[in-house]
Design a protein around this ligand. Structure first.
Ligand code: ISL
Length: 568
């Protein structure tokens, strides 16, 4: 680490998913005008950084993660002028703006791809991955795809371009063709675009699936099949594209070309599904100049059986082991993001907490305490600070997400029971995180005066920002205290981490220590009382710094009670 700890060790990031944050023009879709109207909410919460999910021009096949112009704003979301206003308004309030950088793929409607597709000799043909059908097979025949890889959004990762008889690669939907980072022109075009945004005043990037940009290619240009997936005619190609052979070279080059010599107020976050701790250390070792922190997925996969669509209850021991390994693995080098929720995950209070009326507030605040007291940079996803919960989906028509809809088609085509598929979607769909932010009790929760693009959760009458801002015991108020604590107490930002009671299923406890100061964090992650004095006698003499329930018997932890204690 450099002499001074980086500013982002003390920072908290707030993710805005603009489509669902606040609509300002009544078209039912959130927009930049809406974000500008709600800056007081963010300032009151005390967050340091706003990560804005994509607002670029896009056909919206994946809600903006399919970009057709990297240097503009989609009219649905507003204008570049409003984005400039947002940068200025956030800076005025001491906050920074981090943009989403989606450069593993573009939209198929991006001019680069339109040109690439126009002929085999087009000037940008090699900017994407084109391959002929599998040997001895006819183009378009099932199984003729160049590799057997299964797309993140169901089906094959290859789509045939009839005109040229070649397939193009898309790890995500067919409307998201993968860029070929082997081609130096692609890399330079991306770096130029990134510089353009930094020159405009943005403070960094959250880099979408950035560990997928380097693919393993055989010397003859072939890509390799992956091991077959149970019950599907596809294989798992991830060994060929997760942290591929040139990934560190690419990120170091990006750093040199884009970030070197810029002020250190910038933030770079690498979203990296499947990254290992060993790889994460390399990516975030400051001496290597790649990215500031990783955003990894191990803990949000612990409740999957064979896939996210076959969820099982989370075992607390597994979560402790995972978090503990990451804390230890990045203790001396590197940095991690801390999150429960984002726009791709079901709501944490429904998934890891208990969203029944009795425990919703207490479990939401308990989970928040547990997370924010770890070492790393905490992320609050819009609505998480209000304890927003999963949506009570009852029919397929209520879903909007391409991942959910494609999964339904594929699973049913392969013989799954539609009722069971719907039940899995209800639990795991990304749309759970994408319902509008609940601002107040008015129609559509104050999100829009029009018809919202996805239904508002009916529970907004009780769970909304207006009510919580007035209530010192609310989930919102608790988040505000947690964020303030990280700002004030260097132990929270930088202290060493030690896991306690690693095998205990119901009590999650750890210490953080720095320069002779120790914080003891104890969280009852169950609906039953726990005998704290017996489990952790040292808690008895400790001073309460912050708790999520009114002070009571120090020897007991009530259901979902969380305490941060100072041990002298
Ligand atoms: O949500 C997922 C599947 O359940 C993940 O695989 C997710 O697609 C992965 O974490 C990458 O996410 C990012 O890239 C995607 C986009 O759809 C997500 O919204 C984005 O966060 C493709 O750009």
């Amino acid at each position: 680490m450099p002499d001074q700890p980086a500013w982002w060790t003390r920072a908290v990031v707030y993710q805005v998913y603009p489509r669902s944050f606040q609509d300002s023009d009544g078209d039912g879709v959130g927009d930049l005008g809406g974000v500008l109207q709600r800056l007081d909410h963010l300032a009151d919460l005390g967050v340091d950084v706003v990560w804005l999910s994509p607002v670029y021009p896009s056909p919206q096949a994946d809600n903006g993660y399919d970009i057709s112009d990297y240097e503009g704003v989609d009219p649905t979301f507003g204008s570049l002028t409003q984005l400039d206003e947002l940068i200025a308004a956030l800076h005025d309030r001491g906050m920074r703006l981090v943009m989403d950088l989606v450069v593993n793929h573009t939209s198929d409607e991006h001019p680069w791809f339109v040109e690439a597709r126009s002929s085999r000799d087009s000037s940008t043909r090699d900017w994407y991955w084109w391959r002929p059908p599998r040997e001895h097979m006819a183009a378009g025949q099932p199984g003729a795809e160049p590799t057997n890889w299964h797309s993140f959004f169901s089906g094959p990762t290859w789509t045939l371009d009839e005109a040229s008889g070649e397939y193009y690669l898309h790890l995500f939907s067919r409307k998201q063709p993968d860029l070929n980072w082997e081609n130096p022109q692609v890399r330079q075009a991306v770096y130029a675009m990134m510089r353009w945004w930094l020159d405009r005043g943005v403070d960094g990037f959250r880099m979408d699936v950035i560990n997928m940009i380097s693919k393993e290619v055989a010397p003859d240009g072939h890509l390799h099949d992956g091991p077959p997936l149970p019950g599907l005619p596809y294989g798992d190609g991830s060994a060929s594209f997760l942290c591929g052979p040139r990934i560190h070279e690419f990120l170091q080059e990006m750093h040199r070309e884009v970030f070197a010599g810029r002020p250190d107020r910038l933030l770079t976050v690498g979203e990296m599904p499947g990254v290992t701790i060993e790889q994460a250390r390399l990516f975030t070792d400051p001496a290597r100049a790649e990215v500031d922190m990783v955003f990894q997925f191990e803990h949000v996969g612990l409740d999957f059986d064979e896939s996210k669509w076959h969820p099982r209850p989370l075992r607390m021991r597994d979560l402790k082991a995972s978090f503990g390994r990451w804390q230890a693995g990045l203790a001396d080098v590197g940095w991690n993001s801390l999150y429960w929720d984002n726009h791709d995950q079901p709501r944490a209070v429904s998934r890891f907490g208990d969203d029944s009326p009795r425990f919703r507030r207490d479990s939401a605040t308990c989970l928040a305490t547990l997370l924010h007291l770890h070492r790393g940079t905490p992320y609050v996803y819009q609505g998480e600070e209000l304890g927003m919960a999963n949506f009570p989906f009852t029919s397929l028509e209520q879903f909007r997400d391409v991942e959910s809809l494609n999964h339904h088609v594929q699973a049913v085509a392969h013989g799954a029971d539609p009722g069971e598929v719907l039940a899995a979607l209800r639990r795991m769909s990304r749309d759970n995180a994408r319902t509008p932010v609940q601002w107040d009790t008015s129609t559509n929760a104050g999100f829009t005066t029009g018809t919202p693009w996805i239904a508002v959760n009916p529970d907004h009458l009780e769970w909304n920002a207006e009510a919580q801002r007035a209530d010192p015991t609310s989930v919102f108020a608790h988040h505000r205290r947690l964020i303030a604590l990280r700002h004030e107490d260097p132990v929270v930002a930088l202290g060493d981490f030690t896991m306690l009671l690693p095998e205990h299923e119901d009590v999650y406890a750890f210490t953080r220590s720095l320069d002779g100061e120790t914080l003891l964090v104890v969280c009852n992650v169950s609906g039953h009382e726990q005998a704290l004095a017996e489990l952790l006698p040292q808690a008895g003499a400790a001073e309460l710094v912050l708790g999520n329930l009114p002070e009571d018997d120090p020897a007991l932890l009530r259901p979902w009670e969380a305490r941060v204690l100072r041990v002298r």
